[in-house]
Design a protein around this ligand. Structure first.
Ligand SMILES: [Zn+2]
Length: 393
């Protein structure tokens, strides 16, 4: 059991797989109703604009195999290594209904499907209900219109719209008794079990780094920002904070776990602060009207977020020069152990940071130029883009 898992595990997977593909594929309009029907039980109804022969969803560990039940008569689900496929023995269909139980497992590199809050509320990752459809041999992306229905008396909070790609993957929806609270430029929804020191750290570092990024990178957020914090359990050893910025929309979700949640230690504060600054950096990397984070070379946005956060933490006084130095040295050593490559999960972060540090260009002017370059032509952040900026300075 590692005490400090990699930052923002979920983010990577999403950027790596379906995004680029989705842009090239034709789309089919799908109405998707998500209903909370009883505690821990959900009903999802798909209605397709045209008949389809299969509903094809990217696998999320054991989630669908364990918790999904197809309700539509004559239809069934088959789970392969990469996809869960719902079909009606090859016959075309225009609607499908499934019953889903709240799933407590999760895969390290995926978003968590459900988070339970201490007040009885639940967040649901809507992206795990979305994917592709097939019409015979043709594959189309779902262009989804999602409607959410809570239990009686339940407050439902929808995630911000996907501005980068309307109709594509959406983030977390909340069903429960809580209301989101305005906090500066963001609204926040915090599990009441969240220890005070973590609540403080998340809000304080969130506010400081977002104000800093706004000024340094000379751009305001394009999206409303919704921050969700949930506590998974206090029993597992150590301390873990899993954060995920959701692609194309202003949402960051944190999941906190472990016995040390109640330990207010400077080292844990530093770890949490870095996690917050890192996710906020992604939010700014996405604050462009087009282009930006692409499906290739995740070390660019992950290593970039690491370098941007160290700068922000130092400039806002959250980190001392010593803390920054110590973290850089730790990551440089980790990168060397990984043979200085970015082809492993840890290498993306550690060696990604090292690569940015070695460029000899300030991280703020570099990323400011990268955001401008992405926006100018709608390009993804790339090695080529970095090279062009570095050689022009
Ligand atoms: Zn990240």
């Amino acid at each position: 059991m590692h005490r400090f898992p990699g930052l923002c595990a979920a983010f990577l997977m999403l950027c790596a797989a379906p995004l680029v593909q989705a842009e090239e594929q034709p789309k089919l309009a799908v109405a998707l109703d998500v209903r909370h029907v009883a505690p821990g039980l959900w009903r999802v109804d798909y209605r397709f604009a045209q008949p389809v022969t299969a509903l094809k969803l990217h696998s999320i560990g054991e989630f669908r195999k364990q918790e999904w039940k197809v309700l539509t008569p004559g239809m069934g689900m088959k789970s392969g290594p990469d996809f869960d496929v719902i079909a009606s023995k090859g016959k075309p269909f225009k609607s499908a209904s499934v019953q889903i139980k709240t799933f407590d497992g999760w895969s390290p590199k995926e978003y968590v499907s459900f988070n339970r809050f201490g007040d009885g509320g639940t967040t649901v990752y809507l992206g795990h209900l979305q994917g592709d459809v097939e019409q015979g041999r043709k594959t189309l992306s779902m262009h989804t219109d999602i409607k959410l229905f809570g239990l009686a008396q339940e407050n439902v909070i929808a995630p911000p719209d996907n501005r980068m790609e309307p109709g594509a993957e959406r983030g977390y929806a909340y069903f429960g008794p809580a209301q989101a609270i305005p906090a500066g430029a963001a609204t926040v929804l915090i599990d009441p079990r969240t220890p005070q020191w973590l609540r403080e750290t998340i809000l304080d570092v969130g506010a400081k780094t977002s104000a800093y990024y706004e000024k340094a990178y000379q751009r305001q957020l394009k999206d409303e920002l919704l921050i969700m914090v949930s506590v998974a359990n206090f029993e597992s050893p150590g301390f873990s904070m899993k954060g995920g910025a959701v692609m194309g929309q202003g949402q960051v979700s944190y999941r906190l776990e472990g016995q040390q949640l109640n330990t207010d230690h400077p080292k844990l504060r530093d770890y949490a602060a870095l996690n917050v600054a890192h996710e906020m950096a992604h939010i700014w990397q996405m604050a462009v009207s087009r282009g930006g984070i692409g499906g290739q070379d995740p070390w660019i946005h992950e290593g970039g977020a690491e370098a941007m956060s160290l700068d922000a933490l130092l400039q806002t006084g959250v980190y001392s020069e010593d803390s920054v130095k110590t973290y850089r040295a730790k990551q440089a050593a980790a990168c060397e152990k990984l043979n200085n490559t970015v082809d492993t999960y840890d290498g993306i972060y550690a060696c990604g940071l090292v690569r940015f540090d070695k460029l000899g260009v300030g991280i703020v002017p570099l990323w400011r130029s990268m955001m401008q370059a992405a926006e100018a032509k709608g390009d993804a952040y790339s090695q080529q883009m970095i090279d062009a900026i570095v050689s022009a300075k």
